[in-house]
Design a protein around this ligand. Structure first.
Ligand SMILES: [Fe+2]
Length: 341
């Protein structure tokens, strides 16, 4: 186990690198350290470094045409294409999103990693619940609200979740869960794949990366996340299941076809940016898909994808999932808080 002295020495070295503006080196140093021994101070410092790294990144304007037009690698699939984690490539992602609207990746997070993350999610949610109304209070190591000097968007999100009475924690508020999730995605090759997919550096949104525990009685509505993230951005959601879902527990309903625009909202019952069931149904019954997820399976889709929590009255179990929105750094939305990955 790493001694306190070692941690202090690492934090001291991190401070020197921070003073020099070497944010990528800070991230590397803290990541290596936390792989050997998880430590709350290191994990929190890492989040701050990721935010600073984004702010300090070299300006890399997007190339004029993106994405490249690629062939349909799944021409016989009428629903959502599926691949194994070992088959994940930027070309597979581009092809699936371009021709089918989403991509299901089986076993993206390994069994062992999924177990560690699921445990972290559970303890985090319980820790936060034990704090009651004190959502801005820390209960280390599992719940430590990230405070940003540059934005109050996270405070707004926390209050919204509290008022909605939903079991949601921002991953950034559970630095250990966030670390484990990014490590698991990194080991699966996701981060490298996304850099290739976007053709530039990648960031996640602190406010659109959440730990969720969803009960079968949760309300649901069709929507496109682009209504508040922005339409003309380069984004990809990686939604990872940490409990079996889609049969006994809420999954996702997705319109399995690529969309090129935002749909005029006409739902309105749950929230004002939602799309009605009739409009979703107009894509055709066969185009609405409810995938069955095993632990560690993930679905990838962009900001134009029409989807909703897939739930019905026959369901009896709770679902665990982490939603994590990734962006090409150059098109990162102004209303989100960026962290470099
Ligand atoms: Fe969504």
């Amino acid at each position: 186990m790493k001694s306190l002295t070692d941690v202090n020495a690492i934090l001291q070295r991190a401070s020197e690198l921070e003073d020099a503006g070497s944010w990528e080196e800070v991230i590397s140093l803290l990541t290596q350290s936390n792989r050997q021994q998880e430590n709350t101070e290191i994990e929190s410092r890492l989040i701050r470094a990721r935010h600073q790294a984004f702010l300090a990144r070299a300006d890399n304007a997007p190339s004029g045409s993106w994405p490249d037009t690629v062939a349909d690698l799944f021409p016989d699939v009428s629903g959502i294409p599926e691949i194994q984690a070992s088959e994940l490539t930027a070309t597979a992602v581009t092809s699936a999103i371009q021709h089918h609207g989403s991509l299901l990746v089986r076993g993206l997070v390994s069994e062992q990693n999924a177990e560690n993350i699921r445990h972290a999610m559970e303890v985090t949610l319980e820790t936060k619940a034990s704090l009651g109304d004190e959502i801005f209070k820390s209960a280390k190591p599992w719940y430590k609200p990230y405070s940003s000097e540059t934005s109050d968007t996270l405070n707004i999100d926390r209050v919204v979740f509290k008022n909605m009475d939903v079991d949601v924690v921002l991953t950034v508020d559970s630095p250990r869960t966030l670390f484990r999730q990014l490590e698991a995605l990194g080991r699966a090759g996701v981060i490298d794949t996304l850099r290739e997919y976007f053709g530039e550096s990648v960031a996640i949104s602190a406010s659109k990366s959440t730990i969720r525990r969803t009960s079968p009685d949760t309300p649901t509505a069709w929507h496109q996340d682009g209504t508040y993230l922005g339409e003309n951005i380069r984004a990809l959601n990686i939604w990872t299941a940490y409990s079996p879902c889609g049969v006994d527990a809420a999954g996702l309903d997705i319109v399995a076809q690529p969309l090129t625009d935002l749909i005029q909202p006409d739902g309105g019952e749950y929230y004002d940016q939602s799309v009605s069931d009739d409009t979703a149904a107009s894509f055709g019954v066969g185009k609405i898909v409810r995938p069955v997820f095993n632990v560690g399976d993930a679905i990838l889709f962009d900001q134009l994808s029409l989807h909703r929590t897939g739930v019905d009255t026959s369901m009896t179990k709770t679902r665990h999932a982490i939603e994590m929105w990734f962006f090409a750094a150059s098109t990162f939305p102004d209303n989100q808080l960026p962290l470099s990955v």
